[in-house]
Design a protein around this ligand. Structure first.
Ligand code: GLU
Length: 580
């Protein structure tokens, strides 16, 4: 065990899906704050909602955090690229809430013995009837503490619980809320108050024996030594409950800082549902245009039950699976919302972190030209992050800006670095490319040609399409053949024949040598542009058609070098044979 760190922050995701960008921003800020103050950053998995939680999702969240470089000092142990993350240096684990039930029960007992918590035995029908009666009487419903009064002492409650446990009767446990005002000092938003008597006796342990979020979070923040809680603003209204529980249990109150919402550019809240929204809109528009299109028909085509798809159309469910199937069916890109979406589409962790850091925070520094300093890495963030620069107003998720950050990050890489990162990406996203172009010099040439054409790693795949074709399977575009090979009495074909000979005779197969050979040929043929410079275009165009089937390729020297001499020869010979 090490000595207690002076600063402990935590990220506490519920493993019910992928890591959302909002969650990633919370984690990043907590990480940066801990790093800045030489403290610890803790990862805690809040899996008390057993029906919705999964280990797979917890693993996915850890994988995405690790990929972003947000490493945790305390939390589940995880190995990423050979590096171990997490552990339990303070001996405060386990870090999955479902494994901490005994600890929660210990504090529950304390509250029951103090008279601050009690079992409640009403059926849900009884509670619902009381709620309806309150609504009918135009009153705010609040649990009436009937069970508290029915068993008026801690002893009576404990005896009743024992009896219920023996019979297998289940019941929730409620917190006896304080009568006085509860004030939370939030570092971002100022004081947040719950007026005296406003707090209800909320449930702290559910009938299934698991604590509610409110209770588990309070026990864990205390027992894990958390000093600073930075989380999404949607939890702000929960905080007075947490403070009330801390007071009842004799716990410290950590520093709270609630972060602004992240919105789409149209000011709507950015949420996982945005994918369903886009898919639904596309389907509805298609159905409006084509009357033959029915929910049953589309459902059958994508493997979704008719009723389920009808509900989806009626916005009664926002199924991600249905949205994704519709996206594939209509060939539309659904908005990227979760970290894995950006990762799959070839965004770089550095660019994402930089962009996320600016959602509701900025370093408040100027560049020499007077513009705001916006480009920085996580090391800079860890040195400069401060809570007092977190904004109050919602942050806009500007996808254009993120794409430009990513493009700049790619541009800023050396060719070697890009080659490595892009190969790793392609090995998942387009394995054929990696199989066709060997690692080493040839891959490096290809990467060099692609880098200026890619704002994301995925962007680079399309221009490299010709590498995925077999040398004997290039499909020639009729228009390109006509224009670049057959026009003017087959001028292009004739050039191509000469190119073949010149390339066959090349001593060295490098981009420079290939380009030099094509340039020399243009020069010898007296091909010049209007400025009098050698014009390789008429020589290059037929070669482009021969190797790609179309008139467009990345720079030819690198492209041919990366394709390899043998492949180029085969393609040119076949082109001459097929189109001759
Ligand atoms: N588990 C909560 C969530 O995923 C976070 C709780 C917290 O940060 O206090 O929303």
């Amino acid at each position: 065990m090490t000595t207690k760190p002076a600063v402990v922050t935590r990220f506490a995701p519920s493993p019910t899906g992928h890591l959302h960008v909002g969650g990633a921003r919370s984690a990043l800020f907590c990480w940066a704050y801990a790093r800045k103050h030489g403290g610890h950053f803790t990862l805690r998995i809040e899996d008390t909602d057993q029906a919705r939680s999964s280990d797979e999702s917890a693993r996915g969240i850890m994988e995405d955090l690790a990929w972003l470089g947000i490493d945790w000092d305390e939390g589940p142990e995880f190995v990423h690229e050979g590096k171990k993350i997490g552990g339990d240096p303070q001996g405060v684990g386990p870090f999955f809430q479902a494994r901490r039930v005994a600890l929660y029960n210990k504090y529950l007992m304390q509250l029951i013995e103090q008279g601050r918590a009690y079992p409640a035995f009403e059926s849900s029908e009884e509670l619902e009837a009381k709620r309806k009666a309150a609504v009918a009487a135009k009153q705010t419903y609040r649990y009436d503490r009937a069970s508290y009064h029915a068993y008026p002492t801690p002893e009576a409650r404990l005896a009743r619980m024992k009896e219920a446990d023996a019979k297998g009767e289940t019941y929730p446990i409620r917190f006896y809320a304080p009568a006085e005002e509860v004030v939370v000092q939030d570092e971002v938003l100022g004081d947040v108050k719950y007026a005296a008597g406003e707090m209800d006796d909320f449930v702290i342990r559910k009938a299934d024996g698991f604590p509610t979020y409110h209770f588990a979070v309070v026990v864990d923040d205390e027992t894990m030594g958390v000093t600073h809680v930075m989380r999404a603003q949607e939890h702000l209204n929960n905080t007075p409950r947490h403070v009330a529980l801390q007071k009842a249990l004799g716990f410290r109150t950590p520093v709270y800082a609630h972060m602004p919402l992240i919105c789409n550019m149209d000011a709507s809240k950015m949420s996982k549902r945005d994918k369903a929204k886009v898919a639904r809109k596309t389907l509805k528009e298609a159905m409006a245009k084509d009357k033959a299109l029915s929910a049953a028909g589309v459902g059958a085509a994508i493997g979704v039950a008719t009723k389920e798809l009808e509900d989806f159309i009626a916005a009664e469910n926002d199924s991600l699976v249905t949205a994704q199937k519709l996206g594939a069916y209509f060939k539309i890109a659904l908005p990227e919302i979760e970290v894995c979406d950006f990762r799959e589409n070839g965004y770089l962790p550095g660019a994402i972190n930089n962009f996320l850091a600016l959602l509701g925070w900025n370093p408040g520094m100027k560049l020499a030209d007077g513009k705001d300093l916006e480009k920085f890495d996580t090391k800079f963030l860890a040195e400069h992050f401060a809570i007092d620069r977190i904004g109050k107003t919602s942050a806009k998720f500007d996808r254009v800006k993120l794409l430009s950050f990513n493009g700049d990050a790619i541009n800023g890489m050396s060719d070697e670095e890009f080659a490595r990162v892009w190969r790793e990406f392609c090995s998942h996203a387009e394995p054929r490319l990696v199989e066709r172009v060997p690692e080493g010099q040839r891959w490096l040439w290809l990467a060099k040609a692609i880098k200026p054409r890619a704002k994301t790693l995925r962007d680079g795949i399309k221009p490299a399409g010709l590498f995925m074709m077999g040398d004997d399977a290039v499909e020639f575009d009729a228009g390109a053949v006509e224009k670049n090979l057959k026009a003017e009495g087959g001028k292009g074909m004739e050039m191509l024949r000469e190119v073949l000979v010149r390339l066959q005779g090349l001593a060295e197969w490098t981009p420079g040598a290939i380009h030099g050979a094509l340039e020399l040929m243009a020069k010898e043929r007296g091909l010049v542009n209007d400025k009098g410079a050698v014009n390789v275009g008429p020589v290059a165009a037929p070669v482009r058609v021969a190797v790609s089937g179309s008139g467009v390729t990345p720079p030819l020297g690198e492209t041919l070098a990366a394709l390899g001499r043998e492949g180029v020869m085969k393609r040119v010979e076949r082109c001459l044979a097929v189109n001759g």
